[in-house]
Design a protein around this ligand. Sequence first.
Ligand SMILES: *[C@@H]1O[C@H](CO)[C@@H](O)[C@H](O)[C@H]1NC(C)=O
Ligand SMILES: *[C@@H]1O[C@H](CO)[C@@H](O)[C@H](O)[C@H]1NC(C)=O
Ligand SMILES: *[C@@H]1O[C@H](CO)[C@@H](O)[C@H](O)[C@H]1NC(C)=O
Length: 331
Amino acid sequence: MSVNKKRIAFSGLICCDALFTVEGYPQEDAGIPCDNFRWNLGGNASNNSVVFSKLRNWHLKKCKNGNSKDEEIEIELLGTLGNDFPANFLREIFDRENIRHDRMFFDPSVKTPVTAVILNALNGSRSYFHYTDHYPDLSLEKYVKYDLVNYDWIHVESRNNIKGIIDMVRYVRSKQTAGSSKPVISVELETDHEGLSQVFDEKIDYYFVERDFGHLKGWKDLDETIQETCKLVKNEAYVIFVWGDEGSRIAKVSNGKIIGPVGSTPIFNPKSKVVDTCGAGDTFLAATVFDILIRGSKPEDAIVFGSKIAGAKVAMQGYHDLENWESYINH
Ligand SMILES: *[C@@H]1O[C@H](CO)[C@@H](O)[C@H](O)[C@H]1NC(C)=O
Ligand SMILES: *[C@@H]1O[C@H](CO)[C@@H](O)[C@H](O)[C@H]1NC(C)=O
Ligand SMILES: *[C@@H]1O[C@H](CO)[C@@H](O)[C@H](O)[C@H]1NC(C)=O
């Protein structure tokens, strides 16, 4: 039996969250007892890869029950890991989820980014401190190590690394086999970093545009963000707009014009109550990519799948039971 192997790589922030749950919020120079504390997975890239891993478990179990051909799905994280306690905590999670991290750059001087989250249990408000100083984003010399053309899909979160992303895309496109569409490249846009508009000139297949991006650009709503963003896209690409409780939209664009199906999806509410909405956006993104890459769905259908998985996610803490997403939602 031939094995159909798919490889996907995620690059972006790999972070550890320290989550404190308190009744109220401390005054400056004062403290209050903390009801609950836990270390948590954080960062878009690490979250995306864990969601992808949970869906892989779900999918492979289904294939075994059916009579489908053998499939192998390899998930890899690209980036740097340090040698501190949070990095080791993350390594354990990646090992448990069978996410490849053995080719990450090991730099003992790197401090793992940490976010301290104070969750006020009285009203659900969340306050954060971020520590992400000196966390190295990938530049081309580093990307080259990964044999980038051997992936089926490369997803990158745009941070303060626009040059790194552009160099990587150009490098991949110059190396890939003529006529091949592999690898698919997707980029998530959230913050309007310096030089960001240049990514729209590159041969990128999917853009995930977050609501914050539209706000930062000063566009008044989703419709204006769709109009204005699509004008910027030089090549042929799908642009997916992730709009929180308003759901998501997708447009196929070429040369600054919308040419393809403009699909949309609402959000899906879980059968039981919402317990944790953190990471719902990461879930939507990873599940949408999963549906396109692994299940061969059309992008306009994949955003509906992504939205359902995100709807199931909010009914559980973290992602622990995401492989059983079907029991959390009417689908
Ligand atoms: C929650 O309570 C804190 C005060 O304890 C207040 O500052 C904050 O604005 C409240 N947040 C929400 C979302 O109600
Ligand atoms: C990525 O992380 C940021 C917080 O750093 C969050 O606001 C954003 O929604 C995440 N992206 C997605 C697709 O969830
Ligand atoms: C990543 O996922 C964790 C677990 O669900 C969540 O607590 C965290 O807020 C997410 N981080 C981002 C940046 O989305």
